[in-house]
Design a protein around this ligand. Structure first.
Ligand code: HEM
Length: 562
């Protein structure tokens, strides 16, 4: 609008719009500055508003309202006018974007989480940006998500015992590194302890009602979780299951040693140790759940089903990691990591179904299989349970065994002591879980407000207990960085273990496979040590695949014991 046009306008204060426009003009006149350009009736809306103002009103405002107070009023009104103008410009696309953020990406403004808590204000942590929170720390080129275990070690060094991150949409996550706080959170478990679900898996399963009636034991919460837990898991901890399974474990351990023998080159090197460990993980898990030997460890027993299942389980862990950290674009777009997750879920489902269908008479005698068949659950739930148990066991067992062989393989004297004193094999396993736990932290959602690290943390906050880091703390274990199985043969440090050395978790959500694995690993170690003197020649590199795993191919030398 030009000044000439303005003098032709209609009487002032006819309407609210006219008054606002006039105040804007008064402000412009007072400052005699560049504001003019902003008042141009660029849009049809402006033209409509300004068109109602008259010249008398214009001059009244121009001549008399020049005080500082009026200038302030002018500023405020100009701002309101601009807001109104901006609002009018919001088109359908913008509204749609807001809806997507709010409903699908679950964006909430930072103040949403600030109410009633000091957990956002004082707890130290990396810079949190709007919307992306601290996830930018794991953007490509800053820190690889495969090195997350190192990242948290650095964070502990930098920020101390308690550290705050902000997840996507500025949801606070509290990280605990010290024994006092970890014990406090885990001891306080309620009837239905809340573990944050794996969002992308839960999302996928909800989208497949043809296959799943729930998100499964690992992801369910509250009463639904409790029903699955009490129906499905007691069989894993029953002494009957364990004692009837141990003879199979011994047979499997013999097959493992035979396969190692046949896989050596002339120098004794087994260069595909991780493939063989995969076959072992499969054989044990299938024997436990399907009650029959699949023969994956027999020479030439490497079937496509077995190989593909082990790879699908590994890919599932990696894709879970990739969907979990960073921005969950997968909620609105089929991102590559979400596609990988779906592909691996479907592969595990199809392959496990193939194995279940191949069930024979011995399967029908299996304690675990029978318990699942008899469970008060619908058919889909039973199938999902079998699949979940199989995939929970294969990769975790493989990684734990490789870590154990690596740590024991650096000390030939220790191998001799294991042969002489059977208590050593269990002590080695415990010490391995202290130094190299494949699951190195435990997540919970607080169900009541707590004082942690000197801060008040409200109920509903996700908390990560980094027990893996606390177990390497000199204040909790003397010579913490050293692999010393002897510490588990005496009394000296054992008092620090409960709620701190928790490689299988703790409380009502503890891993149902814990007791079985604690029997299986020492048997495997004893058999390996009595057949071979084995040497870990290279330093083991570790990477984060949602659980800790050896990086790349694992190789070791296995010499016949004479
Ligand atoms: C070395 C092997 C294993 C390790 C290190 C391991 C570790 C863990 C950990 C840390 C948890 C979380 C517990 C918590 O939140 O307190 C867990 C949960 C679980 N594990 Fe294992 N696990 C292993 C083997 C197995 C096996 C063989 C099975 C199959 C029977 C299994 C089935 C499960 C299931 C179903 C859950 C979810 C339990 C629930 O939320 O109620 N795991 N495991």
């Amino acid at each position: 609008m030009t000044r000439d046009e303005r003098s032709d306008t209609l009487p002032l204060r006819k309407s609210l719009e006219c008054r606002e426009a006039a105040v804007e003009l008064a402000f412009e006149d007072h400052t005699q500055k560049r504001q003019h350009a902003r008042l141009e009736p660029k849009t049809e809306n402006n033209r409509r508003l300004f068109g109602n103002c008259d010249s008398a009103g214009q001059s009244a405002w121009n001549s008399s309202w020049r005080g500082v107070g009026k200038c302030f009023l002018g500023k405020v009104t100009a701002w309101r006018f601009q807001m109104f103008e901006t609002f009018l410009h919001l088109d359908l696309t913008s509204l749609l974007i807001i809806l997507i953020f709010f409903l699908f990406l679950e964006y909430r403004p930072p103040w949403w989480y600030r109410a009633n808590s000091d957990c956002k204000k004082g707890i130290p942590g990396p810079l949190a940006l709007p919307i992306v929170g601290t996830t930018w720390m794991l953007f490509p080129g800053i820190k690889a998500v495969s090195r997350l275990h190192e990242y948290y070690q650095d964070m502990y060094k930098k920020y101390g015992p308690i550290m705050k991150e902000e997840y996507w949409c500025n949801i606070p996550i509290i990280n605990l590194f010290e024994k006092r706080d970890i014990v406090k959170v885990l001891k306080n478990g309620s009837k239905y302890p809340l573990r944050p679900p794996v969002q992308a898996v839960a999302y996928y399963r909800k989208s497949r009602p043809d296959r799943y009636t729930s998100t499964g034991l690992v992801n369910e919460q509250g009463e639904a979780w409790h029903h699955l837990r009490t129906t499905l898991t007691p069989v894993f901890t029953s002494p009957k299951t364990i004692s009837s399974f141990l003879p199979s474990v011994r047979e499997i351990a013999d097959d493992w040693c035979n396969l190692l023998k046949q896989s050596r080159d002339s120098s004794g090197l087994v260069s595909n140790l991780d493939d063989i460990a995969d076959r072992l993980g499969l054989e044990i898990t299938c024997a436990l759940i399907l009650g029959r030997r699949m023969g994956f460890l027999l020479p030439g027993g490497e079937s496509d089903v077995g190989r593909n299942l082990a790879e699908a389980v590994r890919q599932h862990f990696i894709a879970t990691r990739d969907t979990h950290y960073g921005i969950p674009f997968w909620r609105v777009l089929p991102t590559s990591c979400y596609n990988r997750l779906v592909k691996s879920e479907e592969a595990i489902y199809d392959l496990a179904m193939e194995l279940i269908k191949s069930a024979n008479d011995s399967t029908k005698d299996s304690e675990v299989f029978q318990a699942i068949l008899k469970a008060d659950l619908d058919e889909k739930e039973k199938t999902a349970a079998i699949i979940d148990f199989m995939s929970a066991g294969i990769h975790t067992l493989k990684n734990s065994l490789l870590f154990l062989l690596y740590l024991v393989g650096r000390d030939s004297d220790l191998q001799r002591r294991i042969m002489d004193d059977p208590r050593y094999s269990k002590a080695c396993m415990t010490e391995c879980f202290r130094l190299c736990p494949t699951a190195n932290c435990l997540a919970r959602i607080l169900d009541e407000e707590m004082e942690l690290g000197g801060y008040r943390v409200p109920a509903g906050t996700p908390v990560i207990c980094h027990f893996g880091i606390a177990c390497r703390d000199e204040r909790n274990f003397k010579d913490a960085a050293t692999f010393k199985p002897e510490r588990w043969l005496g009394e000296e440090t054992n008092h620090n273990a409960p709620f701190l050395l928790i490689p299988f978790g703790v409380g009502r959500r503890v891993c149902p496979g814990k007791r079985l694995i604690e029997h299986i690993l020492p048997v495997l170690l004893e058999h390996t040590v009595s057949s071979f003197e084995f040497v870990a020649q290279k330093e083991l590199e570790i990477q984060y695949e949602f659980i800790l795993a050896p990086k790349g191919k694992t190789a070791m030398v296995f010499r016949d014991r004479v």
